[in-house]
Write a protein that binds this ligand. Structure first.
Ligand SMILES: NC(=O)c1ccc[n+]([C@@H]2O[C@H](COP(=O)([O-])OP(=O)(O)OC[C@H]3O[C@@H](n4cnc5c(N)ncnc54)[C@H](O)[C@@H]3O)[C@@H](O)[C@H]2O)c1
Length: 411
């Protein structure tokens, strides 16, 4: 679908107005041009906030190429506007998997110096199709699932270039995964269904950074929240946070809504579909559409129809219905508007600084998965405090000395 240019411009303007940290970086980039002459290929969810990042990288002097990281997460209006700003962009809401693979390939064909990835599909393509580093200085990775794939690649000894793990920076996962996914997942569920959360039994699979946010927000709306986990520490954490914890097979019998956020596969599958209550809503906010088994749903259902946009109704032989939201893809982007703007300000500020770091140091960096340098994480934190009008205490000289010494003890 062709987007509306004027609407797209307004959406990007709105995003930029509420992204003070990234805008500050963009202004510095404009004068210092740290990415001058470099090509940046970015596979991300292409919507207004992402366009603000693309424009910041362009201001740094980069030739930026942008492509959709997910078939359902594109905002066609934003695509029209960012193209107009001179960023070649391959993205269309509802694109097929074949189109998705073709555009990812187009980004590789642009012969990038720096890769900005979300889910590691572009990095994986370099390794499967090209098998050599070329002039790639390195890549940055946005999400937990992408980092898991990068670590597996590193462990196999096949990683070709340094990769910066943006996800694990404090200013990313503490806010994006928890508060961003928490709010926007609910936004997606509500937009798709127009139903009430209060009084519903809501099952959250996975009590990681995203799961904590989703569970807290569902409870805030009056949901009766159950958590499922495979990690004993996270399970205890969920219990002490006040949630019931049980295996999915038990939870599925009670659930009115199930949200998966594990980054794993086959979390809700045939054995769970057999015991679901009639009318259960199934949503996923993990990176890939493998958490709710569509194969099992399609195999077990006797009929299937679209009940509302982004709501597929599957009817089983005994008459029970299950509703899959957003095709089992990231519901916050498929049906909602993605993370709140202020959250993406932090994540994309880290992306911009990490891309600059790779431009400057990528060729000398060891080929492995790197953390975002602490100094950059802190820079983003400090820049984020200032628009909020929050000031910090400065430690006294005595406190600095005390915190660095081993001698002080019981007095
Ligand atoms: N929707 C979004 O916009 C968005 C934003 C950030 C991250 N993500 C994605 O969400 C997923 C989760 O990210 P995270 O940062 O919370 O990861 P995390 O590693 O902090 O948490 C995942 C949790 O799932 C649990 N888990 C794994 N398998 C399970 C199973 N079979 N049953 C129950 N629990 C299981 C793990 O023990 C862990 O506690 C990833 O795919 C990530 O890429 C999505």
């Amino acid at each position: 679908m062709t987007g509306d240019l004027a609407r797209g411009r307004l959406k990007i303007e709105w995003a930029r107005t509420h992204m003070p940290v990234l805008e500050g970086i963009r202004r510095r980039f404009e004068s210092e041009r740290p990415l001058r002459g470099l090509t940046v290929s970015a596979v991300l969810h292409v919507e207004a906030k992402t366009c603000a990042l693309a424009l910041a990288l362009k201001a740094a002097g980069a030739d930026v190429r942008l492509a959709a990281g997910n078939p359902l997460s594109t905002d066609d209006d934003a695509v029209a506007a960012v193209r107009e700003e001179g960023v070649p962009t391959w993205a269309e809401k509802g694109e097929s998997v074949a189109q998705y693979n073709a555009v990812t390939r187009a980004l590789l064909d642009a012969d990038p110096d720096v890769i900005v990835d979300d889910g590691a599909d572009l990095v994986a393509l370099v390794h499967t199709s090209r098998g050599k580093r070329g002039k790639i200085r390195g890549s940055t990775e946005e999400t937990t699932t992408g980092v898991t794939r990068l670590r597996a690649l590193e462990k196999s000894g096949k990683l070709l270039f340094p990769a910066i793990n943006v996800n694990d920076a404090e200013m990313k996962h503490l806010f994006d995964n928890r508060y961003g996914t928490g709010q926007s997942t609910i936004d997606g569920v509500l937009t798709a269904t127009n139903l009430l959360i209060a009084g519903k039994v809501c099952v959250v699979a996975g009590y990681g950074w995203c799961g904590k946010g989703v569970a807290a927000r569902l409870r805030g709306l009056g949901g009766d929240v159950i958590v499922t986990e495979i990690d004993p520490v996270r399970a205890i954490e969920a219990r002490l946070d006040g949630f019931r914890v049980m295996p999915m097979l038990d939870a599925a019998r009670e659930a009115d809504l199930i949200v998966t956020v594990t980054g794993n596969t086959g979390i809700v599958r045939a054995e769970h579909f057999r015991v679901l209550k009639d009318g259960c809503l199934l949503a996923n906010s993990g990176h890939f559409d493998v958490e709710v088994s569509k194969t099992d749903l399609e195999g077990m259902a006797v009929s299937h129809r679209t009940a509302r946009p982004q709501v597929e109704e599957y009817r089983f032989a005994d008459g029970r219905r299950a509703y899959l939201l957003g095709e089992g893809r990231l519901i916050n982007l498929a049906a909602g508007q993605g993370h709140p703007v202020e959250i993406m300000d932090l994540s994309f500020a880290l992306q911009a600084l990490s891309a600059e770091h790779l431009a400057k140091h990528g060729r000398e960096m060891e080929v492995r998965v790197h953390s975002v340098p602490t100094v950059l994480d802190r820079e983003v934190a400090r820049a984020a405090l200032s628009p909020l009008g929050i000031r910090l205490d400065e430690p006294t000289k005595e406190q600095v000395k005390y915190a660095a010494a081993w001698e002080g003890g019981t007095t």
